[in-house]
Design a protein around this ligand. Structure first.
Ligand code: NAD
Ligand code: MG
Length: 392
């Protein structure tokens, strides 16, 4: 068995760190070609010392210079590159066969798309790539013959519960619906009035999962589930009506597939992202992930309907799917701007869905045919949302 050669985009984030944890358990299986991060010099330095990649990429020049100096001092031979072009270089290099796409937000799109066009095995955590440019991304995968494995726990669960040879034809596979489970986030039991008062610290304290700040806020607003509905649409060629959302606060059932004969196949496990990461890293082999075994004794699993009145973001995502075109790119961009402002303490939590609804209403007919169109819709939605939030 020859080792898989990996680039980890977003190595310094939560998914990146979990990925390297699994990789370190299997030194004969994986070799690290490149690790990337935006600004966190110290963490990327430590990762380079441990994994000895050929390249490390920092987004910012200042951070790159600092990392270069640290590595030189420590006599680590890793070469430090910088900037967005370097992300694409390490995602497409001929030596690389597998790319973990774990940058957060639409910022991950260019390198993830480039890896798809280059025919790599892509382990996709960066759901925003599919939300912004789902059609283009899936077309790039089909054209290059790249292999796509979902890392998002729900989509990884669905992937595992679908037939191995599933080709996107629901009818042929006898698939009736995909059931995405949602934890409901930290505000599941709060009233609308209480939700209006929540702080960033409360929003990032997720009951079951440890995640980056942006996705934690998305989970609290249920926009994360909205983004995942759009992600499922593209990954599995599903119609919106075939994607169901159910709140399951224990986060044990990671998602389910419902079949024509009445069977519902669920994937379960301890909530730990190393399970889907190890599944995709090893696929089709099953490898140790370091995850605690699932203990189902004396636990109850409950399921409830999502409350669209208190959590309007989920419905906004279904609307974006119904509108099509660049609507999901607009939704995503407005959400990124609003979440960043909420995390900075500049706006209240309900301003997040309000800004998204505003951007979608103003940019409903933005064209979507090319990557340039989508990036333009993204830029316009960001400007519009900044203006909207400054006024409100
Ligand atoms: P995070 O904030 O912990 O890490 C983000 C990573 O991206 C870091 O390495 C950071 O340096 C890098 N980064 C940030 N901005 C960048 C930019 N402009 N250019 C280049 N690199 C940049 O985020 P995370 O929780 O690891 O999530 C990463 C992605 O995985 C997100 O798309 C998220 O939705 C998805 N995801 C995460 C989880 C989870 O449990 N954390 C679960 C499912 C999906
Ligand atoms: Mg998820």
């Amino acid at each position: 068995m020859s080792a898989r050669v990996l680039t980890v985009l977003g190595a310094t984030g939560t998914i990146g760190v979990n990925t390297l944890d699994v990789v370190a358990r299997h030194p004969a299986r994986f070799e690290i070609f490149a690790l990337t991060g935006a600004t966190q010099v110290e963490r990327l330095f430590e990762q380079c010392v441990q994994h000895r990649p050929r390249y490390a990429v920092m987004l910012a020049s200042v951070a790159a210079a600092e990392l270069r100096a640290r590595l030189k001092q420590a006599s680590v031979a890793t070469e430090v590159l910088e900037g967005e072009a370097a992300l694409i270089e390490v995602a497409t290099a001929a030596e690389v066969d597998t790319v973990m796409a774990a940058i957060v937000g639409a910022a991950g799109l260019p390198a993830t798309l480039a890896a798809a066009a280059a025919g790599k095995r892509i382990l996709l955590a960066n759901k925003e790539t599919l939300v912004v440019a789902g059609q283009l991304f899936m077309d790039a995968i089909a054209a290059s013959g790249a292999e796509l494995l979902p890392i998002d726990s729900e989509h990884n669960a669905i992937f595992q519960a679908l037939p191995r040879d599933f080709n996107g034809d629901f009818q042929q596979a006898g698939v009736k619906a995909l059931w995405l489970t949602a934890s409901g986030g930290p505000f599941r039991q709060l009233s609308a009035a209480q939700i209006a008062e929540v702080t960033p610290a409360q929003a990032v304290a997720h009951p079951n999962w440890v995640m980056g700040k942006k996705i934690s806020v998305d989970s609290a607003s249920m926009m994360n589930k909205g983004l995942e509905v759009i992600e499922a649409r593209w990954l599995f060629n599903a119609h919106a009506a075939q994607i169901k959302v159910v709140v399951h606060p224990q986060s044990i059932v990671h998602s389910m597939v419902e079949y024509a004969d009445g069977s519902v196949i669920a994937q379960m496990g301890t909530p730990d992202m190393r399970t889907p990461i190890a599944h995709a890293l090893g696929f089709p082999a099953r490898i140790d992930a370091g995850v605690s075994p699932l203990d189902l004794l004396n636990r109850s699993l409950t399921f409830e309907e999502p409350d669209h009145a208190r959590f309007p973001c989920l419905q906004l995502a279904f609307e974006a799917l119904a509108v099509g075109g660049a609507a999901a790119a607009v939704l995503n961009a407005a959400n990124e701007v609003a979440v960043a402002q909420f995390l900075d303490g500049a706006i209240a939590f309900p301003a997040i869905p309000a800004s998204i609804a505003h951007a979608m209403s103003k940019l409903a007919d933005a064209p979507a045919g090319t990557l340039e169109c989508l990036l333009d819709a993204d830029r316009r939605a960001r400007v519009l949302t900044e203006q909207f939030l400054a006024k409100n």
